[in-house]
Design a protein around this ligand. Structure first.
Ligand SMILES: Cc1ncc(COP(=O)(O)O)c(C=O)c1O
Length: 380
């Protein structure tokens, strides 16, 4: 059997990782500023994470949601504490798409309405409703298409007001910082407007924090910068440092009922152990603060490069928008300087490293980036 060939991959076989460094099968060291797509939050093979998972595996790895799983309660308490949303309720699942699918469904159950507002360049995942709310027709199959989603321009308060006037809106879903769309920061006033319009029109505010959440921006949720609370936050990527786990946290205004949501694997023992190890490490090592500080340093230094069109983002979620003639920069960073970064179309380099990235590693990147910009030799 062959693999179903859907990923345009780099031909590198990563066999080992420590912190922000990974190694291929030939022993070459790479600096990982991509974190496997914003997933590695506390660094590769963090000792506390390895130990907690190992210990759990020796006890029990999985049992279903038909029994008590105290680790889920422990995770909910810790998440409430670290995120500052102590009065919210946690539902656990396995991925970002699933988290958003559950969020959109729950909002519709709660309000008894159908229409959803989403935004241009959004990415919310590949399950049916999440992909319908994603602004990329190429990944929406005919069976996913629905006219229940209204796409609006980014940060456009007038368009938002108008959409609320003409439609019976169930929910608004928004990334605090668009990731796949190219690191576009939602303005604080736009997020506040969403909050007030959702209140005025009896709709649910869904904060997609799958990529921009979990401390990456210097606050637990990037939406927190606006000083308003969403009704549902979705999360995944950084939550398990590579172990598949996702979830939504739900405002106390929304009441559960048996059978409303459900999953076989979500919230299993091993996933909870991974989730707890991540939060414990974030807390013990002040990683949210580190993400804010090292991120601000990187953003400040990157803004000094004249060749860069724009630097966007917050904390360790950074987009470096390059002109067409520097489109090769990302490839050169990987091939010549052994630095992994992410991309967004057309020419944005995305930095999504572990939250414990050191200033020394940030400097190693800046030096390589300077070389790439000033002494470019790679021909495409
Ligand atoms: C903002 C956002 N939401 C949802 C998703 C989907 O997450 P997953 O790939 O875990 O389903 C992603 C993935 O990139 C994302 O960036």
């Amino acid at each position: 059997m062959k693999l179903f060939d859907v990923y345009p991959i780099n031909h590198i076989n990563i066999v080992k990782g420590v912190g922000s460094l990974v190694y291929d099968d030939k022993g070459t060291e790479y600096l990982d500023l991509y974190g496997g797509h914003a997933v590695i939050s506390i660094g590769h093979t963090h000792p506390h994470y390895v130990k907690r998972l190992e210990d759990q595996l020796h006890r029990i790895g999985f049992y279903s949601n038909s029994v008590e799983i105290p680790l889920q309660t422990e995770l909910a308490e810790k998440l409430g504490h670290v995120s500052g949303k102590e009065d919210y309720q946690l539902f656990l699942c396995n991925s970002g798409a699933e988290a958003n699918e559950n969020a959109l469904k729950l909002a519709s159950f709660h309000k008894g309405k159908k229409k959803v507002i989403a935004f241009r360049k959004s990415f919310h995942g590949r399950t049916s409703l999440a992909v319908a709310a994603t602004d990329n027709p190429k990944i929406v199959a005919p069976v996913n298409a629905t006219d229940n989603i209204i796409f609006l321009p980014w940060n456009d308060e007038v368009a938002l007001e108008q959409a609320f006037e003409g439609n019976d809106i169930s929910s608004v879903i928004i990334e605090g910082i668009q990731g796949v769309g190219g690191i576009n920061v939602a303005s604080e006033s736009f997020l506040r407007k969403i909050r007030s319009l959702c209140d005025a029109h009896n709709a649910v505010f869904i904060a997609d924090s799958v990529q921009c959440g979990y401390g990456r921006t210097g606050k637990f949720f990037s939406h927190d910068f606006a000083g308003v609370k969403a009704d549902i936050y979705s999360m995944a990527k950084g939550m398990g440092n590579g172990f598949p786990i996702g979830g939504i946290i739900i405002s106390p205004k929304i009441q559960p009922s048996y059978g409303m949501l459900g999953t076989t694997f979500g919230g299993n023992h091993l996933a909870c152990a991974a989730g707890l190890a991540v939060l414990e490490t974030i807390e013990q090592e002040n990683l949210i603060q580190n993400a804010g500080e090292v991120g601000s340093y990187l953003i400040g230094e990157l803004k000094k490069f004249e060749q860069v069109k724009e630097v966007r983002g917050r904390g360790l979620m950074i987009g470096i928008d390059l002109p067409e003639e520097l489109a090769h920069a990302r490839k050169e960073l990987l091939q010549k300087h052994h630095i992994f970064t992410g991309e967004a179309k057309p020419n944005v380099i995305r930095l999504l490293p572990a939250l414990n990235l050191t200033k020394a590693h940030a400097d190693r990147f800046l030096e390589a980036f300077s070389t790439v910009l000033n002494h470019s030799t790679v021909t495409q």
